[in-house]
Write a protein that binds this ligand. Structure first.
Ligand code: AMP
Length: 191
């Protein structure tokens, strides 16, 4: 199973991605987590990414695409994967198409978590109290929502046109939302 998780910042993507990936026995690949790990280790990639992340901007496509290409080439991603937070731009969609085509693979599903944007800002402000993430200030949080609307929301139409889109209500208890996602995906795996 090869799938993508999309949704605005704070929609609970990372949490749900981990649950679903575990259920399917595939790696959850979060570009945000990989960037944060690199920032933590002070690698050149981390240093480059940090300036964008702290400002709530997207890391440039060239940097992100190369990172994902390397990660998808790892043996554990060969039977399937769940991409959490990638692609986020139309250019990244094209790049991913190329990577998959090169290995004769294709996507099975794109899950989009939908949540009201003010609810999201409130969730993120709450997370900010404990996360220690430098991109969890109110100004940056609001900017990240705008960047999502401008650059990532258009991808929803692209994947809907391809018949891959599963829109899931992201509001509710974590287990409740997981159930909704797994039910939606069940339809896909059964064809
Ligand atoms: P996330 O944890 O998914 O919210 O990602 C945190 C930050 O990492 C984002 O605000 C971006 O700065 C950066 N990032 C993560 N994924 C991508 C991507 N696909 N393209 C560009 N930047 C990304």
């Amino acid at each position: 199973m090869r799938m993508i998780f999309m949704g605005p910042p704070g929609a609970g993507k990372g949490t749900q991605a981990a649950v679903v990936a575990e259920k399917y026995g595939i790696p959850a690949i979060s570009t945000g987590d990989i960037f944060r790990a690199n920032v933590g280790e002070g690698t050149p990639l981390g240093l480059e990414a940090k300036r964008y992340m702290d400002a709530g901007e997207y890391v440039p496509d060239s940097v992100t695409n190369n990172m994902v290409r390397d990660r998808l080439a790892q043996p554990d991603a060969e039977p399937g994967f769940l991409l959490d937070g990638y692609p986020r731009t139309l250019a990244q969609v094209e790049e991913l198409d190329g990577m998959l085509a090169a290995s004769g693979a294709s996507l099975d599903a794109v899950v989009v978590l939908t949540v009201d944007s003010e609810e999201l800002v409130q969730r993120l402000l709450k997370r900010a109290e404990t996360s220690g993430r430098s991109d969890d200030t109110e100004e940056v949080i609001r900017h990240r929502q705008d960047v999502y609307t401008e650059q990532t929301a258009p991808l929803i139409d692209v994947y809907r046109d391809r018949g891959l889109l599963l829109e899931v209500d992201g509001l509710g208890e974590v287990t409740e939302v997981s159930e909704r996602i797994l039910t939606a995906l069940d339809g896909v795996s059964r064809g």
